[in-house]
Design a protein around this ligand. Structure first.
Ligand SMILES: [Cu+2]
Length: 506
């Protein structure tokens, strides 16, 4: 997406500033052969427009709710709350589940983008309906780049975001929605960037794929059909220190893994498929074991800048604003730095999904004062997340922070090979427990409340979400300090300029 105005000064002229405008609106997508599907997406697209930002460039992203008065999957109008997943945004710009923009209103979100290169994404977070809003289309990529990442990993046409999701359709091509008694949504069609089982043409080179699971509930275990490894070069929050070759990896909703696939030994005309080995407690169908195909074509164009698989990566220094507040590089955190240790248990109780027995309903009933924890800004804490059930899995997301996984209760006690980098979603498989270190660095004047929830979006909606406050809980009230305003923008003021996000050659 191209910013429509650059150089706007919001009072901090030391950093460049870019503005974007996105309208959440209905659109038509040719997802199934010969049929048209109505989606509810950013600019009417699924996935929405990719916003690529250089580290240090501040952004204002205007999200207009341009939906009609009646909804898509349900009769109710689609209210929105937009979360930039992976950004240490101020609470009032973090997509707090009750900070709602109704049709006809616009909210201006401000993002710092000071973090190192990482694959962020923006998606809806409106309480009770997040699953249907994201499923309808409200999800898109927002990669941040920096000089260290640009020097070490493939760029441009060799840097491809892949949003994997699953869906159910009616015979007329319209989206069907069934969340299986709030357990999850299990579609029989696998989509990559909104295309069922696509084929992507690739050159015999090294490609970088930014894999995001945008499904509501389904998790995946991708693997290449020819047995080749993929190389994990990035996790949710950026580059890994040591590149990890894996034959498959497990990935739940909200998680991002950046992988390299080496096509250099392939001849034009050969192909390799990305398959899905699945995981326990997914409901699989005839073709949910397939994701997409890579079709190799003749090489062309300028020489590649990345010509070998790196063994290690340098993420660069801690960003200046974080370092000024005592911020460490997340992978340098050690247990000795932790000033508190906390436990979070993810359970089903009385038909509700709960965290330590608490739900977001309880948070609402408390007038939004109920807190799981109240860490001091810049302090390091050790949090352990536990799913003692054998009947389901929970990918758990903590807002504001990046974390280092230090231990698991499985196998050798170590994190899995693919998750040895900065993370903000932790896959709690059946009977699994994950221990993490995280540092609660806020922006200057950025104290306040942030959410913790399961990223299975039906679990989140019903009602597996709580909150913590970094510093003063009453600072930066997420609902009242930057409310949406009536959208009086004349039509056409914000042209929907965007980069298409379909893989090349599909
Ligand atoms: Cu869950």
């Amino acid at each position: 997406m191209t910013p429509f105005e650059v150089g706007f000064d919001d009072g901090d002229p030391t950093r460049p500033y870019a503005r974007y405008a996105v309208t959440a609106q209905l659109g038509r997508a040719p997802i199934l052969p010969g049929l048209s599907t109505t989606v509810a997406g950013y600019n009417g697209l699924f996935p929405g427009p990719t916003i690529r930002v250089s580290q240090g460039t501040r952004t204002e992203v205007r999200i207009r709710n341009g939906f009609p008065k009646s909804g898509l999957l349900f009769p109710q109008a689609i209210d929105t709350a937009t979360h930039l997943h992976g950004s240490p945004s101020l609470p009032q710009y973090d997509g707090y589940a009750n900070d709602i923009t109704v049709p006809g209103f616009v909210k201006n979100y401000h993002y710092p983008n000071t973090d190192r290169a990482s694959t962020l994404w923006y998606h809806d977070h409106r309480h009770l309906v997040t699953a249907q809003n994201v499923y309808s289309g409200l999800a898109a990529f927002y990669p941040i780049s920096d000089p260290f990442e640009r020097a070490q990993l493939p760029q441009d046409e060799y840097d491809v975001p892949l949003m994997i999701s699953d869906a159910l359709f009616h015979a007329d091509g319209s989206l069907a929605f069934n969340t299986d008694d709030d357990k999850g949504l299990w579609g029989d069609i696998i989509l990559v960037n909104g295309v069922p089982w696509p084929t992507m043409k690739v050159k015999p080179r090294i490609y970088r794929f930014r894999v995001l699971i945008g499904s509501i509930g389904r998790s995946y275990r991708p693997t290449l059909s020819n047995g080749d490894p993929v190389y994990i070069v990035g996790t949710d929050h950026g580059m890994v220190p040591v590149v990890q070759p894996v034959s498959s990896w497990r990935q739940g909703t909200g998680e991002r893994y950046e992988i390299l696939i080496d096509f250099r030994t392939f001849k034009a005309g050969q192909s390799v498929d990305l398959h899905n080995l699945s995981n326990k407690n997914n409901i699989d169908f005839a073709n949910t074991d397939k994701i997409m195909r890579f079709q190799v074509v003749a090489d062309s164009g300028p020489a590649a800048t990345i010509t070998s698989i790196p063994a290690a990566l340098d993420p660069g220094p801690v960003p200046v604003p974080d370092a000024a507040q005592g911020g460490h590089s997340v992978m340098d955190l050690t247990p000795a730095m932790a000033v508190a240790r906390r436990e979070l248990r993810f359970d089903r109780r009385g038909g509700q999904w709960t965290i330590n027995g608490i739900t977001w309903q309880d948070v609402e009933a408390s007038g939004f004062t109920e807190l799981f924890a109240n860490p001091t800004p810049s302090s390091v804490e050790e949090w352990t997340f536990t799913n003692s059930s054998g009947g389901w899995f929970h990918p758990v997301h903590v807002h504001l922070v990046a974390a280092k996984i230090t231990a698991r209760n499985t196998d050798d006690g170590e994190p899995f090979a693919w998750e040895r980098g900065p993370k903000d979603v932790f896959y709690l498989g059946e009977g699994e427990s994950v221990t993490t270190l995280m540092q609660f660095v806020t922006q200057p004047n950025g104290q306040g409340k942030y959410m913790i929830h399961c990223h299975n979006l039906t679990h989140e909606d019903h009602d597996m979400m709580v909150q913590f406050a970094a510093g003063n809980p009453t600072d930066n009230d997420p609902v009242t300090s930057a409310p949406p305003v009536l959208d009086t923008t004349p039509t056409g003021s914000f042209p929907p300029v965007y980069l298409p996000t379909l893989p090349a050659g599909t």
